[in-house]
Design a protein around this ligand. Structure first.
Ligand code: BGC
Length: 764
């Protein structure tokens, strides 16, 4: 590694010749190096560094190169081709006056060429090692494709599944999402973002984007400071504490001020309170949108607000380039304000190792991969292992799963053989032709043994308006395949094969575009075309196994009552078909747990488990009148946070505490014995929740504070210990101080957020 670094540096300096603006003698000292470079920059060159452009497939390369060489572009995104990036880097690092390198970014969210499960799927593994590995592999692949930065992790807490971007995030819980934020940043950046096989993480969307009103994308966020600090901000903070070099600023407004113009957010909180020293990048076109938010009269005012608030780089527009020179001239923006952002941009480039070697990840032309999609560039073993861990078994009546591979199986549903949907949205440079579908996976698993019959059975939806919308969202390819046959014929074909089979496996849910940016829904059900198929399959009387593919919690009331087994597979990525087959045939015993509650109906939203307490709580089994509830249906979620079954059975003993008291600054141990009382080896996630009995502000009914994913052989039991200290008892009080108050706490240990055993203690 060190050798590659040194060679790269020599090559770069040689190419730059004697006039290199960057002073190599100062390279060891970041501050001095950047100060020296900035002292040589004109105002226009500084402003040029603040511009991040998207490279579209049809953009004139020569024009871009000219702009870069003129010092009017600081970085690009969406360009993933060595030849293009080398050409652009040549323009920057060899032809521009000061030879300041560009950086190349991309949305590497859950994989790059190898696609891993979507965020909700990764979170369902509760396996930090696996999640870190997915990010590390993504970084290795992205860096090998000449990329320096990813716009990830996406750690927006989401409690409203109408929001299509729920799929991208890691669920509803601040603690779990914070742990994942940390693991992903470590994975992307590795030991250092300056390594040739690392990419810089830019955590997004700062902040609170997951709380858009009504789950409608881009909508406003209006939130109390307590909720913000307690629930929504911790994951961003965790990513920053883990060393994320970048932050992407959210598109939404927060309590009346758009994030992109929010000085409190970007300076007081992010930089002063949290000590962030990296780069803050706007979201796509967000600065111009300040005009549409109605806080700026025109682009000029928008640029002024954003730069003053602390948005360092403007993404996908020329606003800074056009407006900042005039704003500086008139004195409305100071050179010091421009310098602050330039320092952050150059600092990020320094941290990515680009001043040491602008070609660190681009490499030499002679080394360009002959085939970008070559199998040798993929990480299929990791993808299969991690995908298996992401699956959640929601129902398994009469042990309908696992299936006997010598049986005759009728595989139906629009998602059974859809390679594009397997990848989920934001699939970076993944190619659908690399995806293993469920049909392929099951065929391989059954080869030479049972019989797999297949019929599509239904389209994702018969609503042409929805199909048009999904195709329109993804303008560069046909997103949704519509079988032209009449729905009744497709169902009849599916029923015919179902009658010949021992068991039906139906792969149903949403197409990937239904759980995407700008894909907010007003309903959470499986579309009517697929429901009609399921009803017809149910009527055959054959065992019915549903393999769900979706990017948000769905309303599964009918399915949970009528299917024999429900396996939530999310969008499981390149190796999804193999991974699902592993679970379906019992080669792998599922252990995933929900990172987000599944409501019974859309009217219950939000359904998150860690709800603040109320004065008239609804208590199951007690009369419901004048309590906080809905009277039309059963209360509480259909499937709670933390829930997931296994092919074996586990029990949890009573909880024992090392002491009934905790001194200030002290700690105690909570223990419970978990036993595998079933007939198979299996894994489960033991979860620790804490309930604060009384405090100076209203506290949640319980909060996840720790967890352990464990593996037990049949008949084996193990004492699981959680160490609890004062930090675990802290919360934000009315003055937003992070404190632990004396009094009683309840420790709860269980295998989901509802089925817990508990024990109390007092903090002195
Ligand atoms: C999304 C971001 C993404 C950016 C660049 C925006 O529309 O909100 O999450 O990083 O585009 O692709």
């Amino acid at each position: 590694m060190a050798r590659r670094f040194a060679l790269g540096l020599c090559a770069f300096l040689l190419a730059c010749g004697a006039q290199a603006a960057a002073n190599p003698a100062l390279l060891g000292d970041k501050e001095a190096f950047i100060a020296d470079l900035m002292s040589q920059m004109t105002l226009d060159e500084k402003i040029g560094q603040l511009r991040l452009i998207s490279i579209g497939p049809d953009m004139p390369r020569e024009k871009i190169a000219k702009e870069i060489a003129a010092g009017r572009i600081g970085g690009t995104f969406n360009s993933v081709v060595h030849v293009d990036n080398r050409m652009m880097q040549d323009a920057a690092a060899r032809k521009s006056r000061l030879r300041i390198p560009l950086f190349f970014a991309y949305d590497v969210v859950h994989g790059h060429r190898t696609i891993f499960p979507i965020g909700l799927g990764l979170a369902s593994s509760w396996d930090m090692g696996a999640i870190e590995r997915a990010a590390r592999v993504s970084a290795i692949e992205a860096a090998a494709d000449s990329l320096d930065m990813t716009f990830a992790p996406m750690v927006d807490i989401s409690r409203d599944p109408r929001w299509g971007r729920t799929s991208e995030g890691y669920g509803e819980d601040p603690y779990l999402v914070s742990r994942i934020a940390q693991a992903t940043v470590q994975g992307y950046q590795g030991p250092s973002p300056a390594r040739a096989d690392s990419i810089m993480a830019s955590v997004k969307h700062f902040a609170l984007y997951g709380a858009v009103e009504g789950g409608r994308d881009y909508n406003v966020v209006d939130m109390s400071p307590l909720r913000m600090y307690q629930d929504y901000l911790p994951p961003y903070r965790a990513a920053i504490d883990a060393g994320a070099g970048g932050v992407m600023v959210a598109l939404n407004s927060i309590n009346g001020i758009p994030a992109s113009a929010n000085t409190w957010l970007l300076q007081d909180l992010l930089r002063k309170d949290w000590g962030f020293r990296g780069i803050a990048i706007s979201d796509h076109g967000a600065i111009t949108e300040l005009v549409r938010h109605g806080v700026a009269h025109d682009n000029r005012e928008a640029a002024r607000l954003a730069i003053k608030a602390g948005v360092d780089m403007s993404m996908a527009d020329s606003l800074y380039l056009q407006e900042l020179p005039g704003l500086v001239k008139s004195g409305e923006v100071t050179v010091a304000e421009i310098d602050r952002s330039v320092r952050n941009v150059l600092g990020a480039k320094y941290d990515m190792g680009l001043f040491h070697d602008p070609y660190l990840r681009i490499g030499a032309a002679a080394d360009d991969p002959p085939d970008l999609y070559a199998e040798s560039r993929m990480h299929r073993t990791d993808a299969r292992e991690i995908a298996r861990k992401s699956m959640v078994l929601l129902e398994n009546r009469n042990r309908a799963l696992p299936l006997d591979r010598a049986a005759t199986v009728a595989l139906v549903g629009p998602l059974a053989d859809s390679p594009l949907d397997m990848m989920g949205s934001w699939s970076a440079a993944g190619k659908s032709t690399s995806s293993v579908t469920l049909r392929q996976g099951m065929e391989e698993a059954m080869r030479g043994q049972g019989r797999l019959l297949y019929a599509r059975g239904a389209n994702i939806t018969d609503d042409a308006r929805i199909v048009d919308y999904l195709n329109f969202l993804n303008w560069d390819h046909k997103e949704v395949f519509q079988d032209p046959r009449p729905p009744a014929d497709m169902i009849a074909e599916a029923v015919r094969i179902a009658r010949q089979a021992d068991v039906i496996v139906a792969a149903v849910g949403e197409s990937r575009g239904m759980s995407h940016e700008s894909s907010s829904r007003t309903r959470l059900d499986i579309p009517a075309s697929q429901r009609a198929l399921l009803h017809a399959l149910k009527a055959t009387g054959k065992p019915l196994v549903l393999v769900l593919m979706n990017g948000r919690p769905l309303d599964l009331q009918w399915e949970s009552a009528n299917a024999d087994a429900l396996l939530e597979t999310w969008y499981s990525g390149t190796e999804g078909g193999h991974a699902i087959a592993d679970v379906v045939f019992g080669d792998y015993n599922p252990a995933g747990k929900l990172p987000i509650s599944f409501p019974r109906s859309i009217g219950q939203i939000p359904t998150y488990y860690n709800h603040p307490r109320v004065g008239r709580p609804f208590v199951e089994g007690k009369p419901g009148n004048y309590t906080s509830q809905y009277f039309e249906e059963k209360n509480g979620p259909l499937y709670p946070f933390g829930y997931g079954l296994s092919y074996t059975d586990f029990t949890v003993s009573e909880v024992s505490l090392s002491s009934a008291r905790m001194e200030r600054g002290g700690r105690l141990a909570a223990r419970a014995t978990v036993a595998n009382v079933g007939g198979r080896p299996g894994e489960t996630v033991v979860q620790l929740y804490i309930r604060d009995e009384a405090a100076s502000v209203v506290r949640p009914v319980k909060e996840l504070r720790d967890f352990q994913r464990i593996s037990l052989a049949p008949g084996e039991s193990r004492v699981i210990q959680f160490d609890i200290d004062e930090e675990d008892l802290k919360f934000f009080n009315a003055r937003l101080e992070h404190v632990a108050e004396p009094g009683a706490f309840e420790i709860q240990i269980g295998l989901d957020s509802q089925a817990v055993r508990s024990q109390r203690f007092e903090l002195q």
